[in-house]
Design a protein around this ligand. Structure first.
Ligand SMILES: O=C(O)CCC(=O)C(=O)O
Ligand SMILES: [Fe+2]
Length: 310
């Protein structure tokens, strides 16, 4: 797998501090409170934030044809943990409405320190995690997912992996695609999730877009290990192999926020290193975003596209 050192979208300290001052972690149900979204967008429409908005739009806007579909946003690592969460939520609001799909004390940012007590391949576990989209088994897959690193793995493991789902799909035969369109696939459970519609089990891996846009690809590496999918194992394996060719690994530091458009990009991680009693473990948080076409970074990209056409 290729290791990449991508360009990071840098949020200047003053801007991050302003976001942390003007926003809270207050929720409205499972969504970040509307007052927070408004406050964040207001801070980011001034204060020389134009390049952050434009850069995020260039990497992540849905309307832009050839964007990578993922970004790493670098917030100042000396901000406190809560300020990082507020500032990161503000950045997410450039793409849509931040929310949580898994209720964990009603917090926007779920997760915490990694632990050997968790299942190795799960959130907060110590093992590798195969490429996947979060919540593939629901009616409305979260549009964007994000991971905020509060502490990287002291043993040097736990790199993030991203893989381009659409590129992998493009390399498959029509016959394989036809199999993936069948609503027969199983992965995990989806009870009690918020903001994502009802559970969809079984589900089609591939759902074409009604409007000719990008299809949804409900992918999780764990599909390969579920005996309910064994009739279609060969096709799943071909997709997994194609996706692996697209996989890139990136090492994230404290204050860095990985954002992935789940319509385009699957994510995962490499295994963490051995846990040591002398070091605090890796600590990371996760929040989702539902796409809003009028969000500032979505708009910035459409303006840019129009400019180029003229
Ligand atoms: O630990 C990580 O880096 C990724 C975790 C994740 O993507 C998940 O649990 O869904
Ligand atoms: Fe995930």
């Amino acid at each position: 797998m290729e290791f990449v050192d991508p360009v990071r979208v840098v949020v200047p300290t003053r801007l991050a501090q302003l976001l942390a001052q003007r926003c809270t972690l207050q929720m409205q149900g499972y969504q970040w409170a509307a007052a927070n979204v408004a406050a964040a967008r207001s801070v980011l429409s001034e204060n020389a934030a134009g390049s952050v908005v434009a850069e995020l739009g260039r990497r992540l806007a849905r309307s832009a044809a050839s964007t990578p579909g993922w970004a790493i946003v670098a917030l100042p690592d000396r901000l406190g943990d809560e300020d990082l969460q507020r500032a990161a939520a503000g950045v997410l609001s450039l793409l849509g409405r931040p929310f949580y799909s898994i209720k964990q004390d009603g917090r926007l940012w779920i997760g915490g320190a990694s632990s050997p007590e968790r299942d190795a391949a799960s959130f907060g576990g110590l093992g590798a995690q195969a490429l996947h989209v979060d919540a593939p088994n629901v009616q409305r897959v979260p549009d964007y997912t994000s991971l905020l690193i509060l502490r990287s793995d002291p043993a040097g493991g736990g790199a993030s992996i991203v893989g381009d789902l659409q590129a992998a799909l493009a390399s498959l035969s029509d016959a394989d695609r036809a199999v993936l369109r069948r609503p027969v696939f199983f992965e995990g459970q989806a009870d009690g999730l918020l903001g994502v519609g009802d559970p969809l089990l079984p589900f089609p891996v591939l759902t074409d877009a009604a409007d000719g846009g990008r299809p949804w690809i409900r992918w999780a590496g764990k599909l390969l290990g579920d005996s309910r999918n064994y009739d279609h194992l060969a096709v799943l394996q071909r997709f997994a192999d194609a996706l692996q060719l697209e996989a890139r690994s990136v090492a994230l530091e404290r204050g860095q926020l990985l954002i992935a458009d789940q319509q385009r990009i699957a994510h995962g991680r490499t295994a963490l290193g051995p846990v040591s009693p002398d070091d605090a473990p890796r600590c990371l948080l996760q929040a989702k975003v539902s796409y809003e076409p009028d969000a500032p970074a979505q708009q910035a990209a459409s303006v840019g596209a129009g400019d180029r056409d003229v």
